[in-house]
Design a protein. Structure first.
Length: 467
């Protein structure tokens, strides 16, 4: 079996990458060891920056319809409501950042939506295919599956989770720490006796006890149940075991929990792969970085790994860009992943509130080899930063950016040069978030090049396969 790109793992990372490659005309095969998509809610929070990514990938409408905003936390004590707890610092939407707050969608539903989009674009997931071996040379990679099949590809991407088989086969180490030695239980359940307008929080009743949190999962009839076990005991994942936890830590009777559709336990940790690339193989998502779930950074950072890598693989495989463009993937994403690991760890330890930083709108690549700022006195937006939304002569910028192309903004009277058909051009007055000038927006929504005139733009475009 032959393909351009072999993607190992059909989680949010692998599926998002498959979607991005498919819309660029790149043939990708997504392998999944399991026979179905992941069944649980685990990564349920989509940050505003990820909503922007999903807008571009063509799944935002389905994501919006499948989820909802986070409910207000309600603290319970002795069977009575003791007060509200706001999980996130409120931020009002703006024209520059239209998605203002995290959006709750259970991970299993996000994956279903991404898979449907992948298949709509002609891609597919091969289920029940376990990777057994991987070799590479100057021309490509060769993967051997446990069933005896072989797959050859130009490149491969490890999107197979924190216990990545690909990472192990490559011999890439992972450096990190266990943030909490105590196991935490997480489960998707049906439960009665609690409203769906609140995230129900039950603090520990005494020393040695653990907390219980029961959150209604938007767009479903389920709740996500999370319980910590500070005594180090192994959680009982059976329905009866979960009923005992609910009865011991809340005012609810055991029979209030009527159904368990998925349950797991884990120990929160933070870890970063020593490298994100080995030759023709790239690490993305949990295979490259493992987060505490606090702050909702893991899935979101992972999807943006895919979004960063997808356009670069497409440029090399379809647009004639030099292969050294792929060096920028690790240069850009590993520092971001390290920063996000620090943030999620700080939220986990209660040192940082979920707020502006967790929305990931301020992330950028100012030190990237792909960033070129040619102005002596830049305005409010610099090369390397996220390109905000806005309107230019009645055209919404995110509508102009949507798709696999680059976009040149000629704002405030700046003169745009003649460009190829793979670069869209928007001309008009300068929104306040931009200021006047020329801004070349990458396919992933970041400003790659900025200038007062077009001097130097052609030299920037040439290595990218754009002239």
């Amino acid at each position: 079996m032959e393909t351009d790109v072999l993607v190992v793992g059909a989680g949010p990372t692998g599926l998002a990458l498959g979607v991005d490659l498919a819309r660029r005309g790149v043939t990708a095969l997504v392998l999944e060891r399991a026979r179905t998509l992941f069944p649980g809610s685990r990564g349920k929070g989509l940050q505003p920056r990820t909503m922007e990514v999903f807008d571009d990938l063509g799944v935002l409408g389905a994501i919006r319809a499948a989820g909802g905003p986070y409910p207000v936390g309600m603290i319970w004590q002795d069977g009575r409501r003791a007060g509200e707890h706001r999980m996130f610092e409120p931020v009002a939407p703006s024209e520059e950042a239209p998605y203002d707050e995290p959006w709750m969608v259970p991970q299993w539903r996000t994956q279903e939506i991404l898979r449907a989009r992948l298949e709509e674009l002609g891609g597919r997931v091969a289920f029940g295919r376990e990777l057994a071996g991987l070799t590479q040379d100057a021309d490509g990679i060769r993967a051997v599956l446990a069933c005896g099949e072989t797959v050859t590809a130009r490149y491969a991407v490890a999107a197979d989770g924190g216990r990545s088989t690909v990472r192990r086969l490559l011999g890439i180490g992972m450096t990190g720490e266990t943030l909490d030695p105590h196991p935490t239980l997480v489960a998707d359940v049906r439960i009665s006796g609690l409203d769906r307008e609140n995230w129900h929080l039950f603090p520990p009743r005494g020393p040695g006890d653990g907390f219980l949190a029961i959150c209604p999962l938007a767009g479903t009839e389920d709740f996500q149940l999370v319980a910590e076990f500070p005594d180090g005991s192994a959680p009982d994942l059976s329905p009866e075991g979960l009923r005992k936890v609910v009865a011991a830590r809340s005012h609810l009777a055991p029979e209030a929990l009527t159904q368990v559709s998925w349950a797991s336990d884990f120990r929160p940790r933070a870890a970063l792969a020593d490298r994100f690339r080995s030759g023709r193989v790239f690490l993305a998502g949990d295979a490259a970085h493992v987060h505490s779930p606090a702050g909702g950074q893991g899935l979101n950072t992972s999807v943006q790994d895919a979004y960063n890598l997808g356009w670069k693989l497409g440029a090399v495989l379809r647009d004639g860009a030099g292969a050294d463009l792929l060096d920028s993937y690790e240069a850009e994403r590993r520092p971001v992943a390290a920063d996000m690991l620090g943030l999620s760890t700080s939220v986990h330890r209660g040192e940082t509130r979920r707020g502006g930083a967790t929305r990931q709108l301020s992330l950028g690549y100012p030190a990237s080899p792909l960033t070129r700022e040619t102005r002596t006195h830049p305005g409010p937006l610099r090369a390397g930063e996220r390109a905000p939304d806005g309107r230019v002569d009645g055209v919404r910028l995110f509508d102009g950016f949507r798709g696999p192309h680059w976009t040149l903004l000629a704002l405030g009277g700046a003169e745009a040069p003649r460009l190829g058909t793979r670069i869209g051009v928007v001309r008009g007055p300068a929104p306040a978030a931009y200021g006047p000038g020329l801004f070349l927006v990458r396919p992933d929504g970041y400003v790659g090049w900025a200038g007062g005139t077009a001097a130097g733009l052609a030299d920037y475009l040439a290595p990218l396969g754009l002239r």
